[in-house]
Design a protein around this ligand. Structure first.
Ligand code: ADP
Ligand code: MG
Length: 683
């Protein structure tokens, strides 16, 4: 949402100029130090701050006299300090106890380990406190209440519905709240309304400025919901405009006409197997799209192991036949390496020069890849998103292939357009997106589905065990490893709590090391540095370790043919599609795959049993749809294909459909009238 009407505001008279682009350090109370912390939250200007939305709210409207407090219900009270005392506790802890009174009754507040608090809370000081009271004897107590020294004018920032912003170390909620309040009162009037008036009227939406005010200082939960709806609608509407522009662009844009030739023939001839019917069909669809030189924009969907990568490589060969180069992008370095290995295996024998670009590669090799991309000697270059950076230039980039659900949303897709010519685009995803949803979030893409797996593949067997069977599981694992198998062990991750995934995986890692001393084990989790993660994955892939303990960071596309067993703890926490993704990691080589679900609760057995009984990802996705609503898939799809700050397709799907209709209507009318709003500016 940045860069609203930047250019137009220059020509306006001073008082009407959009000042919301003011650097954040010019806001009262924000010095260089705080500004630096704000930057970490992505806040560079006052406008950014206005669009930094609270993570949640605290309802502090219940302002009470102490005598009216109800044990267990949070409330705000205003009281003055009678007496403050700090005592040492065992273990070096300190407690500060403060007795307060508001004339109706007494309240005791307790804080732990707050140095200097007794000085702040001098007798006579008036405090606003927010906390949950409980009764000890006949006295109300609050533990660790939030408080502010009461100076009258501060009340608005402490009572009412209080926003809780995303935290960054060193920047207090108080600072953020004060800054946001200033931004709202001083700068909101500069925020232009960007939605067409018809859309605002038809959907009964708040104005943008009203909505922003409500986000930071909600008048009521109902008003806040209206604000959220308005901002979600705006995002969805803009997405639809972008998608429509992409659709139009494809009519006017040119790409390299695809002409299958000797490279594709050599590729096909050198395969040790033939493409499945579904693979062939998908490939034909892609080539047909691009034969006339209109840009391919296609999403290739297929279950894990259905052979999407092979189709993509065939497409790459065809791009080379057409005299152009192909960039292949993976979400992580490890996956990029893996794709490169496949390219080496299947494309090099066909006579295509393949190069890899990754962080931390020797400077020499890196320079070589970069120059091969630039001078055109590399037909296929594989890497991460860094491939599309300004530093890498291709002599003749004909196509971009994107592997697996990653953040390559419509804005990134739009960025591929350069000087009226555009590379072909092929995106791969193992998440089947229902038709209606696909139209709504990636309507600029055509879809091919690979609905058939290579013959002779033995589907993995799924076993459900309980915690009691773990010793037996360990013996089974030891035998597997003896026979050349390797093991993934997936630990639960508690949602919204990044901290708790660490001990889970780490504890299991330590525990397994103790239980299975001769076996080498690696650990991977979301809080590790990328390099650390890549190193752990690499040592597992290369067989230096035989068990890989990790969180669902393993979910996407890891391809280790020797991996034969995947153990999943707490499977009830995952959607079925996600479990299926995980299960797809094993049984890719000679050994039959086994997926072991350790279901502690026994609560989920029906769902898990139906999962164990099916090996068809699309069927499982359908079951997921029924059980969890479209929400689960919407979440997954949204993750990769569209990114929103406010809109959430799990809740806002009907709104998205309305926005789609409205955007189409708007564009139709726009062809008659002068443009008011251009999606590129707004995006
Ligand atoms: P996906 O990317 O869809 O998960 P891959 O392209 O990685 O699947 O393919 C999975 C495995 O199946 C790879 O080892 C690949 O070599 C093999 N494979 C792909 N297509 C075929 C085919 N037509 N016949 C036999 N094996 C195939
Ligand atoms: Mg794949």
């Amino acid at each position: 949402m940045a860069n609203r009407n930047k250019s137009t505001s220059e020509s306006l008279p001073e008082e009407r100029r959009d000042k919301s682009g003011t650097p954040i350090n010019e806001l009262p109370g924000i010095g260089p130090k705080r500004a630096a912390l704000m930057e970490k939250l992505g806040v560079h200007t006052v406008r950014d701050l206005l669009f930094l939305f609270p993570r949640r709210y605290e309802d502090r409207r219940a302002r009470k006299n102490i005598s009216e407090l109800v044990p267990g219900s949070p409330a705000v009270v205003c009281a003055s300090v009678r007496n403050t005392d700090t005592k040492a506790l065992s273990g070096g802890r300190r407690i500060t106890l403060c007795d307060l009174s508001d004339g109706t009754s007494m309240l005791r507040a307790a804080w732990f380990n707050r140095r200097g608090l007794d000085k702040t809370l001098a007798p006579g000081a008036a405090l606003l406190l927010y906390g949950t009271p409980f009764l000890r004897g006949s006295i109300f107590e609050m533990t660790e209440p939030e408080f502010e020294i009461c100076k009258g004018q501060d009340e608005a920032s402490f009572c009412g519905i209080i926003p809780i912003y995303p935290a960054t170390g060193g920047l207090s909620q108080k600072t953020l709240r004060a800054a946001a309040r200033t931004a709202v009162s001083e700068y909101l009037r500069f925020i232009p309304e960007e939605l067409p008036p018809e859309a605002v009227k038809k959907n009964g939406l708040l104005s943008c400025a009203e909505a922003l005010k409500e986000m930071h200082a909600p008048g009521s939960p109902e008003r806040w919901k209206e604000a959220r709806r308005r901002l979600a609608y705006e995002e969805l509407f803009k997405l639809q405009l972008l998608l429509e522009e992409r659709r139009l662009e494809r009519k006017t844009c040119r790409s390299v006409p695809l002409t299958p030739g000797r490279y594709l023939d050599a590729f096909t001839a050198s395969l040790p197997f033939s493409l499945t019917g579904a693979q062939q069909r998908a490939l034909n669809e892609i080539i047909e799209d691009g034969a006339s030189g209109s840009p391919v924009s296609r999403l290739l969907q297929g279950d894990v192991g259905s052979g999407k990568t092979l189709v993509a490589l065939a497409f790459a060969a065809c791009v080379c036949d057409s005299g152009a180069q192909c960039a292949v992008m993976a979400p992580t370095e490890t996956l990029a390496e893996q794709l490169h290995a496949q390219a080496l295996k299947y494309l090099v024998p066909a006579g295509i020069n393949c190069a890899l670009l990754k962080a931390g590669m020797p400077a020499d090799a890196r320079r070589k890849t970069i120059s091969a991309a630039r001078n055109g000697s590399a037909g296929v270059v594989t890497g991460t998103q860094a491939l599309l950076s300004d530093k890498i230039s291709f002599k003749n980039l004909g196509a971009v292939i994107i592997d697996e659900q990653q953040r390559f949303g419509v804005r990134q897709r739009a960025a591929l357009l350069k000087n009226g010519s555009r590379p072909h685009l092929l995106m791969m995803s193992a998440t089947p997106i229902p038709r209606t949803m696909a139209q709504t979030i990636c309507g600029d893409l055509d879809i091919s589905v690979i609905d058939e797996k290579p013959a002779g593949r033995i589907p993995p067997e799924t076993r459900i065990i309980d915690a009691g069977a773990v010793p037996e599981l360990l013996r089974f694992i030891a035998r597997e490893i003896m026979h050349g198998g390797r093991i993934y062990w997936i630990c639960p991750r508690v949602e919204d709590d990044e901290n708790s995934q660490l001990p889970a995986a780490e504890k299991r890692f330590e525990w397994l090391r103790k239980k299975m001393p001769p076996i080498k084990i690696s650990l991977v989790h979301g809080r590790m540095e990328t390099e650390e993660k890549d190193a752990a994955l690499a040592s597992f892939r290369d067989g230096k370790t035989q068990i890989l303990v990790g969180t669902t960071v393993l979910e996407v596309g890891v391809d280790v043919p020797e991996a034969s067993v995947i153990v999943i703890e707490a499977p009830e926490r995952y959607g079925l599609s996600q479990l299926h993704q995980l299960r797809g990691r094993v049984g890719r080589g000679k050994r039959r795959g086994v997926c072991v679900l350790i279901s502690a609760s026994g609560s989920d057995t029906e769902r898990l049993r139906s999962f164990a009984a099916s090996n068809d990802g699309f069927e499982i996705a359908q079951a997921d749809l029924k059980q969890r609503g479209e929400g689960e898939l919407a979440g997954l799809a949204q993750h990769g294909l569209a990114s929103f700050r406010v809109a959430d397709l799990r809740k806002d799907f009907p709104l998205a459909q309305a926005a789609r209709d409205d955007a189409a209507e708007y564009l139709k009318n726009k062809q008659k009238a002068r443009p008011q709003c251009r999606s590129q500016e707004m995006a």
